[in-house]
Design a protein around this ligand. Structure first.
Ligand code: ATP
Ligand code: MG
Length: 406
């Protein structure tokens, strides 16, 4: 009998849990680098190596036990991924591609060089208030300050409307972590990335113009090792409190905007040479211009509806791409899909205790992540597909509300 194909995934959260479900269908063994036996993917039956995703030793142990390594989050030291590559382990996305999702400054600077549309931005160095002020100009305009790396779910994003807010904001943020930290690891023989990191070692934040956003969309695509790139229908995301709470697909945008967004996504995927899933978050501003916000190089919250709505889910396509298998169709098999996250409420209700309350929603597809309920945490999601767009979102939202104990 042939040995089963083994994919190693760094991280064992809900994305790894849903990747495990796809791995079962494909006859793959998923091995996750997990923190605890309670991690969502481990509870779903994925094989686990228990270790620390910040530790090169744990990453090597995972790589040694798998045919290819991939990720369910980006908070993994880039130099550790490079060490795996230097030892000839197969890692997708590559450390080079992954930089675009790990370092907002790197992504913005490279996209600017390449001429991709992005918000106007600047690096914030050690003279934090001075740097933000000189970017803002004489008449201070609303700005967005962002952690250069490590942010997620809106943690690490602050809208600044008045210059007077800056001092308090900076003093409330733990600063000075980055310098030294990165600089100390830079080698003598600088490659491009090492040089970039060394030159920007003191930068912990970026600042950018506040965009008057008319719509936020995500273009999800999958790129194979031969460069083939497929995009799912554009997804419209609805953020609340910095978290993408609800979405529907296809996005309510003109066919012309959809085409522009997909073409832009294809250029970006090619430029960064991603292998696997890529989610490109975009803003559409009041004048209809498309601006790139940020990238995730892994399955993404905005793509959960692909499980029910597309012929091939984002999870299965990610696995196929990292294994150099033929990609599956990304076409939708239903007219519309809507998804709502189940977020932990103040009462810390476990959605699993609410499952008997959802008899009003027989057509909703429920996904629970088996996580401990904490306020604001993503505990699951609900997808509803069908032909009546307006009803779908309200159904998904109401069902998610019941499950979160609202
Ligand atoms: N320049 C901007 N102008 C206006 N709003 C912005 C800007 N940048 C970010 N936002 C808002 O903040 C949200 C979170 O920002 P961003 O996606 O950069 O942060 P994140 O925490 O890394 O992301 P995620 O929630 O996807 O994990 C965006 O979806 C958008 O609603
Ligand atoms: Mg985002």
């Amino acid at each position: 009998m042939n040995k089963p194909v083994r994919v190693g995934m760094v991280g064992a959260g809900q994305l790894a849990r849903m990747t495990q479900q796809a791995a079962i269908d494909l006859g793959i063994e998923l091995v996750v680098l997990a923190k605890s036996p309670e991690d969502p993917a481990v509870l779903a039956g994925a094989k686990a190596i228990f270790g620390d995703d910040q530790d090169v030793g744990s990453l090597f142990e995972l790589a040694e036990n798998c045919d290819v390594v991939t990720f369910d989050h980006e908070l993994v030291p880039n130099e550790a991924i490079r060490a795996l590559e230097d030892s000839s382990f197969r890692v997708y996305p590559s450390s080079q591609s992954f930089m675009y999702s790990q370092d907002k400054l790197y992504a913005r600077m490279k996209f600017k060089e390449a001429g991709f549309p992005i918000p106007d931005f600047a690096a914030v160095g050690s003279d934090q208030i001075g740097d933000v002020n000189s970017f803002a100009g004489v008449t201070f305009r609303p700005l967005v300050l962002k952690s250069r790396s490590g942010g997620y779910d809106g943690r690490g994003v602050w809208v600044v409307k008045e210059v007077s807010e800056l001092r308090e904001l900076f003093s409330s943020l733990a600063v000075g972590k980055r310098a030294g930290d990165v600089a100390g690891k830079v080698k003598e023989s600088f490659g491009d990335r090492e040089r970039f990191l060394a030159e920007n070692a003191a930068v912990e934040f970026i600042v950018e113009e506040y965009i008057d956003i008319a719509k936020e969309i995500a273009i999800l695509g999958v790129r194979g090792q031969n460069g083939e790139f497929l995009t799912y229908a554009p997804i419209e995301t609805v953020q609340r409190g910095g978290i993408c709470n609800e979405l529907f697909m296809p996005a309510d945008i003109s066919p012309e905007t959809a085409t522009r967004a997909k073409e832009l996504a294809a250029k970006i995927a090619e430029h960064i040479e991603v292998v696997g899933l890529v989610a490109i978050e975009m803003f559409i501003d009041a004048s209809g211009e498309i601006l790139i916000n940020e990238l995730a190089l892994r399955p993404h919250n905005s793509g959960h509806a692909t499980i029910e709505a597309a012929y091939t889910s984002q999870f299965q396509n990610h696995l196929r791409a990292v294994l150099d298998w033929p990609l599956g169709s990304v076409e939708m098999k239903v007219p519309w899909a809507a998804m709502a996250n189940i977020l932990g409420g103040q009462g810390q209700t476990d959605p699993r205790t609410q499952i008997c309350q959802i008899s009003d929603f027989p057509s909703a597809s429920i996904h629970l992540y088996a996580k401990k309920p904490v306020p604001g945490r993503k505990l699951g999601h609900v997808t509803v597909v069908g032909g009546e767009k307006d009803l779908l979102l309200s159904k998904a939202r109401r069902c998610a509300g019941v499950l979160s104990g609202e």
